[in-house]
Design a protein around this ligand. Structure first.
Ligand code: 2P0
Length: 330
């Protein structure tokens, strides 16, 4: 690689309808279970990567996140993978910004590592296909493999030891079945326990972990059918089921992982109350206290209004389904 090379990529966050939690290989970051997600339009990361000639790797890498110089072994690890593949030792400057809360259960690592995988590989002169990008993004964060794609996406756990079959792929374009997500933010601070640590603990200690793995394929198959049939009631029921199953796994880990607060529970109540009134709306919650409500676009304003009026909800964000990772002009 000669001279100066740079690229800027944008990727959007995603939320899982059928959740990922637990790995079968920590080094290669291979998930123990597959997952199905939707990519969100409203939550984006922009990442610029510039490789610098005449500067050695690692000691001169810089990672700027939301304006602050940040230490991130994971970012350096991903840059190392790209350098190895491109046959370069150049250091890199990475400048990344999120347009939403970082590290608060809004999947900033998903959009972040998807954008980094595309920007860094492009800047290094590699032309990876979407599957290769998904595998590269996975090395940074499991959920990032899904954010390479837009709309409805499935991540495969695969069965190979080298992780070559652990990648995501799109299953339905957002244009074919628009959906809205209303995010109810119930706490602004960063989460106490990272997903990586939390899921390692669940695998090691929860008696439910084997059942979680054993029942995952069935849930994935049911969700694939719900998406193929554009069946919101079925998608919603399965989404809440997978969410609560995940949190049962978290609650039975030692130490227990309790990501909810009072606002989280109140927001779940609001969603169930709306449903009792005939509105097709369903919740999901990740490794944080925010509640994401899924509904038809025509109901999104009503859902946002009800969640905004819920005690403990600080603010709401509305999102449509979004596209996959793509390059943007610097
Ligand atoms: C998911 N989460 O499927 C699940 C549900 C959080 C709860 O994927 O260790 O940040 O980087 O692979 O991707 C969060 O896990 O974990 C996550 P690593 P990641 O969206």
């Amino acid at each position: 690689m000669d001279g100066r090379h740079s690229a800027t990529a944008r990727a959007h966050s995603n939320i899982a309808l059928i959740k990922y939690w637990g790995k079968r290989d920590d080094t290669l970051n291979i998930p123990a279970v597959g997952s199905i997600s939707i990519t969100l339009d409203a939550l984006a990361t922009d990442t610029h990567v510039e490789f610098r000639p005449n500067l050695g790797a690692r000691q001169t890498d810089e990672f700027w996140l939301n304006g602050a110089l940040t230490q991130s072994p994971r970012v350096l690890g991903l840059l190392d993978l790209v350098r190895e593949r491109a046959g370069t030792t150049q250091g890199a400057v990475v400048t990344s910004s999120n347009d939403f809360l970082t590290g608060a259960g809004l999947a900033s690592s998903a959009s972040g590592f998807a954008a980094l995988a595309l920007a860094a590989s492009t800047a290094a002169g590699l032309a990876l296909n979407a599957r290769e990008l998904s595998i590269l993004a996975r090395r940074g964060s499991g959920s990032a493999a899904r954010s390479i794609f837009g709309g409805y996406v499935e991540m495969h756990a695969g069965s190979r030891d080298d992780g070559a079959d652990a990648y995501a792929e799109p299953i339905l374009s957002p244009d074919h079945w628009p959906l809205s997500v209303v995010v109810a933010i119930t706490a602004a601070g960063p989460k106490a326990i990272s997903s990586t640590h939390g899921m390692a603990g669940s695998r090691a200690t929860s008696p439910f972990f084997p059942a979680w793995v054993d029942t995952s394929e069935q849930n994935l198959a049911e969700m694939r059918a719900a998406i193929a049939g554009h069946d919101l009631a079925q998608l919603g029921e399965l989404t809440e089921y997978s969410c609560l199953k995940l949190h049962a796994l978290m609650l039975t880990s030692r130490p227990a992982l309790i990501y909810w607060n009072a606002g989280t529970i109140a927001a779940m109540g609001t969603v169930r109350e709306l449903r009792a009134q005939g509105v097709a709306v369903y919740f999901t919650i990740d490794a944080g206290p925010q509640v994401k409500a899924l509904c038809a676009p025509a109901d999104a304003a009503l859902v946002a209004h009800a969640l905004a009026a819920t005690p403990g909800v600080l603010q709401t964000r509305m999102s449509a389904l979004g596209r996959g990772a793509h390059l943007v002009a610097a």
